[in-house]
Ligand binder design. Structure first.
Ligand code: NAD
Length: 284
């Protein structure tokens, strides 16, 4: 039976360490969050981030803009926050309304305040293995492996999914840690031929219970990034599950992350980490 990688507990520890650092170093980190429109899921994400900020001692400044905000107005706000020395980090909540260009918006965020790691400068820095702000979910995955003393160097790591926010930065992070990385995606044929080779298998697909035990090597480390809402036992109530069929895969893996309570809490903890880091860089 696999050892559970407890993301919730680890995230709590990281947040506590950050809180102590903020007090000890007399830091005043501030996160400016921009939400355009009234996407319900985004509001929940922002609420969770605001609670985490409060917990760590990060001031949380919300900028809620109406759906009909123009691109010029959004860029004007981003530039204002870029130039505001009181602001440590800027987070632009996606998705943006259809008339807006999210690529341009991320490109406009000052790379030194880009706590989500979505600005192309930070993506390039990561690619070149230089200090960078790294996208919080893949960064959280690496931190989990490190905290559980799981060797990455020389290991075969298989990443399923190649999105800009999870799969691609994770591929680079694993490569920078000297793993042999195999990238798979929706057009990959015979996925199981690759997943069965994985010492470390990371799934970021978004398909409930897609990874079955026969796709996993005995003793593999399985990191499940997927978040899927499916019908539960209680009528009308949905439950969260990952991409892996947890009950069967956990019998074969050496380590596994649960959903919920795995990668999710780590994503927020790494955002907090990035904001504190941005504040420290600003003061240098
Ligand atoms: P995405 O839709 O942008 O990308 C999904 C990727 O999966 C694509 O690259 C696609 O090629 C690949 N894919 C789809 N079907 C596949 C298949 N059958 N076989 C192999 N590959 C396949 O999604 P994303 O933003 O990268 O998110 C992926 C999952 O991770 C989602 O469930 C999302 O909710 C979750 N997520 C979780 C966190 C967290 O904090 N835990 C953060 C971000 C995303």
């Amino acid at each position: 039976m696999a050892e559970i990688i407890d993301g919730k507990k680890l995230a709590k520890k990281i947040r506590q360490e950050l809180k102590e650092e903020v007090i000890k170093e007399n830091l005043h980190p501030r996160l400016a969050v921009i939400l355009v429109g009234d996407d319900e899921a985004s509001k929940i994400y922002i609420r969770n981030k605001s609670r985490a900020c409060e917990d760590v001692g990060i001031e949380f400044i919300e900028h809620i803009l109406p759906t009909n905000t123009t691109m010029e107005e959004l860029l004007e706000l981003i530039n204002k926050l870029n130039n505001d020395n009181e602001v440590s980090g800027i987070l632009l909540q996606s998705p943006l309304p259809g008339h807006m260009n999210i690529k341009t918006a991320f490109e406009t965020i000052n790379p030194e305040k880009d706590v989500d790691g979505f600005n192309p400068i930070n993506i390039g820095r990561l690619e070149m293995n230089e200090p960078a702000f790294v996208s919080c979910t893949p960064y959280g995955v690496i931190r989990m492996l490190e905290e559980y003393n799981i060797d990455i160097e020389g290991k075969t790591a298989v990443v399923i999914g190649r999105s800009n926010i999870v799969g691609k930065p994770l591929i680079q992070l694993l490569l920078n840690k000297n793993a042999t990385v195999i990238v798979t995606h929706s057009r990959t044929k015979n996925l199981e031929n690759y997943t069965r080779q994985a010492d470390i298998l990371v799934s970021a697909i978004g398909k409930a219970k897609y990874i079955k035990a026969d796709m996993v090597k005995e003793g593999a480390v399985v990191i499940d990034v997927g978040i899927n809402r499916i019908k539960g036992d209680v009528p009308g109530k949905k439950v969260l599950v990952g991409d892996t069929d947890y009950s069967e895969v956990s019998k074969k893996a050496s380590y596994i992350t649960p959903v919920p309570g795995g990668v999710g809490p780590m994503t927020i903890a790494m955002l907090m980490h990035n904001v504190v880091k941005a504040e420290k860089l600003k003061n240098k």
